[in-house]
Design a protein around this ligand. Sequence first.
Ligand code: HEC
Length: 558
Amino acid sequence: MRIRVPLAALLVVLAAAADAAPIAGTASLSGAVQAPRAVPGAQIHLMNVDKNVLFMVWSSGGRYRAVNLFPGRYEVTVRKAGWAADRQTVTLEPGESKTLALALREETARPVRQGEFGFTSSANTDARLVSYDELYPREPGRELLERQCMYCHGRNFFPNKQYPEVTWNTFIDVMLGLGAAADRGAMIPAGTLSAQDRQTILAYLTRHFGPGSERRGLRMDAEFPVDEAALGKAMYVEYYLPLDKQLDAANQQRRTQQAHFDADGNVWYTDRSVPNRIGRVNPRTGEVKDWMMPDPKADPHGLAVDRDGHVWWAETVGFHLGRLDPTTGSMIRYPMDSTGRRQGRGHSPIVDGKQNVWFTVIGGDMLGKWDRQTGKATVWKVPTAGAAPYGIALDKDDNVWFAEFRRCKIARFDPRTEKFTEYEAPTRPCTIRRLGVDSTGAVWYGGFNNGKLGRLDPRTGAIKEYDIPMPFSEPYDVWPDRHDDIWISDGGQGGALIRFAPRTETFTYYPTPQITDQPKLAITREGAVWYTPRSSLKAAVGVLYPDVTQVTTLAAYE
Ligand code: HEC
């Protein structure tokens, strides 16, 4: 007997990529998410209490499925604004697949909590949250404040201050680089703030953010768009850093800044909590190991791993690069300027094809290079004063690209000619934190203050900007995956990773498990997006698997 299979059905089967086999020794959990009506994209939090690792998936069509889970004891909750759920516990053995039904019930009115949509990562948790228009009444001063001050300070800075006119006036002088602040340089470039506009800003600040004004924060009136088809395949994992009884007694908090892979699939991080540490997570086991930095208050920022497996970090305080050899535990610190003539605040290192270490110097407006052959470091002043060099990336010819944070420019340094080329972002003024170079050589960046995603074509110098769809967007890092989809870390509405597909010009949102910003992304060859949740309640190294059914290893390889 011949069995006739409809052609359409056959094509559907062929088109769906087969799931990768589950990773050996892991477990899975799935089930229904029951609710009186459809609740799209509820977050299922699966906290492994033995490992101190969180797995998070989304419901899709009223169901959830989490695979590649560490065995152990779990606390399972469902989260969605406006809904409540009971916490359940379950234990998973290696290789086990269990089902667990979850239930949501409508929550009676209560104030929105920190951790739900509607909060900015930088808002004061104790301040009353109000709409943008209430915070910044529509008067002539508002637009000036946006254009002259808020592009640097953000939306929650002014409502946090209650200064008298004389204090606001003094700070405007400081921003102009006048008087005692002259040696620190101008924040507001000379000639760009007229006396009249200054007066309007001063009056606006005094009226709305003067003594007796209420401390407030910005309330977001927007919910993340939910794409259940995308979210239903995705999974976040956060490896929480342990608190040390002695070292963390004072802070009860740690603060990861940047993640980077080594050749063995481990993920390294800088920890800016005092005492400063450099650490490593093994994603296959959840094992965490820390190394104390030589100077516990050097404030490490970026991190890079070279071909020898040595881990480099840039110190914000003290103008040094540090290097750790993890096999011996030995550490070396190199001055960022071997001549000793210059001082500044280091920021982000990156290792080039010849194993030289390039770095940005945010305070002091410099770009630097530690030379592998001489073991010495050199710095160059960048052309634009007040630029604040920030994120750094290399193209395939080892040209050095970096963001000029405060002056809204993308810069390139050609190591052969030692020449800088600067490109102005079209929507000005702006702040740009970071950038990335895709496989075609195009340079992508985020307008941190204005919610733009930019693409620079280095052959023509042409720049195209896209609007990131959510209001109050704050794109921080912008980094391509292997298919040249662009990943954006956005803390603006409380934290999301966003995938931008240049071919279709579409944005897909993956809201983070915790309220946070994520200063830097690192993406594996399998497309797993690693990040550090910097301002979150719980310090971690985290990863988003956009399609967890295709994962073949938990290790992170570049
Ligand atoms: C290019 C970026 C930039 C611009 C534009 C800018 N600021 Fe600032 N502002 C800063 C930075 C950076 C600091 C911290 C300075 C320091 O510590 O030396 C600061 C500090 C301040 C402070 C003191 C912070 C505190 O703790 O109270 C105030 C107030 C302030 N700015 C107000 C303003 C006002 C008002 C404007 C617009 C008229 C403005 N700023 C424009 C970057 C900027």
